[in-house]
Write a new protein. Structure first.
Length: 328
């Protein structure tokens, strides 16, 4: 083999290996996850061997570890035994259903308790299904598949209900869900949490002058600016309502939030809105900034209210400006 051919062969192998690794990683990330909980190692090994090809599988051999792992891993589905020492399956599902982070995880009981009362109790506690031992592998795989399909459908519906159809950004419902989650994280990890409240300057006048369809074009254009300006995966922009938007900046102090706000303000000022009337191509926004620092005696609602107050100060002082207020 000549040197050039050998070089080409090596490069091709390297590219192929890289692509193979990429595909394997992608396949791993799209797998649904299942937590198997049983104190019988034989049952755990059998279920794990049966399901691990299609799903990412976690295991626990008692109720206490099951709850801990469910809170840490947030699996898509839990297969749960009932009769376990220390903390039985009924206590586990009661604990899971009482915790916001885990209460929506579907649970299938797989147990040796083969009586109507046990099944009725399990279903009343919130179990999605009930399988008795000895179980059929085909039956378990089918019921797991059905639960995962149902879960995906519910998630798709929920996701659609949280999206603003005009801009493609999360709507207020989606925002509030994310906001409370990030607030809880900031409290738990003792990190700063900043909020930007954004409002289009003279939007009513814009609509009156150029028409509501052009106003819709403007809103979609701004949504694109927001998403392109926010670089970190955790940053989150949403439509609050009308011409108002909110941006969540987890683990961001006041200086960092002001820097992001200025990037957004400048990018909006520079953008050309698609239109037939040249006068409608330019627009500005005003931004209110507020930051929560761990230890301050406030709430997520007061954090947003502070950003809203700062926004109106910005609009009252000439628009196309950024103002901030301490969250106290």
């Amino acid at each position: 083999m000549c040197q050039a051919c050998f070089y080409f062969f090596c490069v091709s192998c390297h590219i192929f290996n890289a692509m193979l690794v990429f595909l394997l990683v992608m396949n791993e990330t799209i797998k649904h996850s299942i937590l198997i909980v049983d104190d019988d190692e034989i049952n755990v090994e059998a279920l794990e061997r049966m399901l691990s090809y299609e799903y990412t599988v976690y295991t626990a051999n008692d109720g206490f570890n099951a709850v801990k792992m469910a809170e840490e891993r947030l699996p898509d589905l839990i297969l749960l035994d009932i009769e376990m020492p220390g903390m039985d399956g009924y206590a586990v599902i009661t604990k899971l259903k009482s915790t916001p982070e885990t209460q929506k995880i579907p649970v299938i009981f797989i147990t040796g308790l083969d009586c109507d009362d046990s099944e009725e109790k399990g279903l009343n506690l919130g179990a999605a299904d009930y399988i008795t031992k000895p179980f059929s592998f085909a039956n378990v795989k089918l019921r797991v598949k059905k639960q995962i399909e149902t879960l995906d459908q519910l998630r798709s519906i929920e996701k659609l209900s949280m999206i603003d159809q005009l801009t493609g950004l999360p709507n207020r419902r989606g925002l509030e869900t994310r906001m409370h989650s990030e607030w809880a994280r900031a409290q738990r990890e003792h990190t700063p949490f900043s909020v930007l409240f954004l409002d289009i300057d003279r939007f009513k006048q814009y609509n009156d002058s150029y028409g509501h369809p052009q106003g819709d074009v403007l809103l979609k254009c701004l949504a694109k600016v927001f998403t392109e300006t926010l670089k970190r995966p955790g940053d989150f922009a949403a439509r609050w309502g009308g011409e108002e938007f909110l941006v969540l900046l987890p683990n961001t102090d006041l200086n960092g939030a002001l820097e992001v706000a200025e990037h957004i303000r400048k990018n909006v000022e520079d953008v050309c809105v698609p239109c037939s009337d040249e006068a409608a191509a330019k627009i500005t926004i005003s931004i209110g900034v507020n930051t929560h620092v761990y230890g301050q005696d406030n709430t997520v609602d007061s954090l947003v209210a502070g950003a809203d107050k700062a926004l109106y100060i910005a609009k009252g002082s000439g628009r196309n400006k950024i103002c901030h207020t301490d969250s106290k």
